[in-house]
Design a protein around this ligand. Sequence first.
Ligand code: PHB
Length: 397
Amino acid sequence: MLKSTLSRRAALAGAVGLAATVAVPAHAQETFKIGLIVPMTGGQASTGKQIDNAVKLYMQQKGDTVAGKKIEVILKDDGAVPDNTKRIAQELIVNDKVNVIAGFGVTPAALAAAPLATQAKVPEIVMAAGTSIITERSPYIVRTSFTLAQSSTIIGDWAAKNGIKKVATLTSDYAPGNDALTFFKQNFTAGGGEIVEEVKVPLQNPDFAPFLQRMKDSKPDAMFVFVPAGQGGNFMKQYAERGLDKSGIKVIGPGDVMDDDLLNNMGDAAVGAVTAHLYSAAHPSAMNKDFVAAYKKAFSNRPGFMAVGGYDGIHLIYEALKKTGGKTDGDALVEAMKGMKWESPRGPISIDPETRDIVQNVYIRKVERKNGQLYNVEFDTVPNVKDPFKAAKAAAK
Ligand code: PHB
């Protein structure tokens, strides 16, 4: 087993033009290495920081030895640029001989690493990115974040059933934005709703102002918004500056735009926004209260949903390693992860053994001010939601 792992790595090293692997003595396997690849700089830096914080917090709480192995995390900043992700993943697999790669702040980064995970048989734990197809790109991918389809179908149903007839959409122009739009539209129009305007905004440094004017002119009851984590603050600032809050156009969407990380600084324009999402810092479980308190104490800020994806991702790695009895073989680890169930700060979750994707509750929440602070207050729950994209494909078979 060890021999074949080494020869695969040597082949990968050859393929990428790096030095061939030298034989590793058995005792070197006492360390279990996790290559954590996240954006720590650039527009998506808040995602990387939340994940890095959460992984550190988890390891501080649970210790750094699992099944006799010392856990070592090697943190790398890819700036959410997929070419960087690929180069870094190669170096981590070939030179550092990591047992797992994890993180992936955006979809293009998760996709860029997928062929390497397959070739080296190294598990790729997606803690952030949310496009449905990601888990289909390698049998070594397991996801602890979410899919946009999970939240967007549910807010589509909710909007159609709650008196919203006309919606203008504003989505970030890349894969997860397209998933959000497709799945929202599908459910909202099936429920009788109408889309009156559709705009796509660039992913990098978007200026929302011209698009917001178009939204306003189309006079919708609500605007459906998907922008990735980290952009919600800027979006809501421009939304308020353009007076959309005053014109009665409600914000709805997946919860990314109302990330708890930024929500408290958005001001009154955010009050009343209804979103469907996996996590709220106000989730009223004992476990979440402890998680929020510990995170705040350590990092002086609230955790957002990206922090929870990281916290659950490192938990999944710890538990899989326990289940294999310390066996670090990639196939054994992925097998151990399939079907795993646990309580997360977000609520009960599991890994679908068929798809390796997360199954979780989706909560419908409204932004409210409580004791002077803004929170996404959950008022309805759709339990155990599988990724609708894959569920539809399975049903059609
Ligand atoms: C993604 O690129 O898949 C992504 C990033 C941030 C989000 C959601 C999806 O909030």
